[in-house]
Design a protein around this ligand. Sequence first.
Ligand SMILES: O=C(O)[C@@H](CO)OP(=O)(O)O
Length: 252
Amino acid sequence: MGEEMGRLVLLRHGESVANANGLFTGALDVPLTPAGIRESLGGAELVATAGVAIAAIFSSPLRRARTSATIAAASLDFDLEGVEFDWRLIERSYGALTGQSKADVLHRYGSQQFRHWRRSVTGMPPRMSEALHRRLAAQASFHGLPSEALPYTESLRDVITRLGPFVSERVFPRLRTGESILLVAHGNSLRAVCAILDKLDDDEIADLNIPTGHPLVYDFTPELTPVARGGRYLDEESALAAAAEVAAQGGT
Ligand SMILES: O=C(O)[C@@H](CO)OP(=O)(O)O
């Protein structure tokens, strides 16, 4: 039965400089750290070893995802020119929190507000200033993208809304024809993809954390329901330990 359906592999970019410094990143266009480069390579090698024949790679156009997608393409012997970029995979806009220290925000506003902004479905960080918006829009990765690619702030619900059409227009049709896909994106844009695939409720979304560099594989029934809810990490034990570390960022 489900054998002819393609597989979907979700890969969060490797550790970025902002991740390493404990900053809210969102639309900040930061590079990977050396450890993040190694993580991306390790993640791609796991996909290659698992024998998933990737027919399409979609990536967020932000630098940290682009680098990870490039590393993955090279390890999977996938034509670099064939990597497709889609702005809808960009990280959730963290509004005025962009670039701020998670520990400072936690200290200033308390754990309830911190978790509401960071993990709830409806929580919206305060809107960013015009000056910050101008500075972020001027980053090279945003050149040529539509204005919707850089909202002044965003809830996870907004990210789910922008990714719904991406999943139904670009992902599902290829899975139906048996093509396997690699999606390279960000912690919160991938949480939104999981929310769509698994039809997660608000509490499940709030508890979901995606670690950097660990491939998460979904297999589907012909009705495009995940065979295993939540998918399966190729390196389950270390991925779950890394997800717990993400959950604890900022001291929560
Ligand atoms: O800072 C961010 O943009 C995200 C992902 O790196 O962090 P968080 O896990 O706190 O949502």
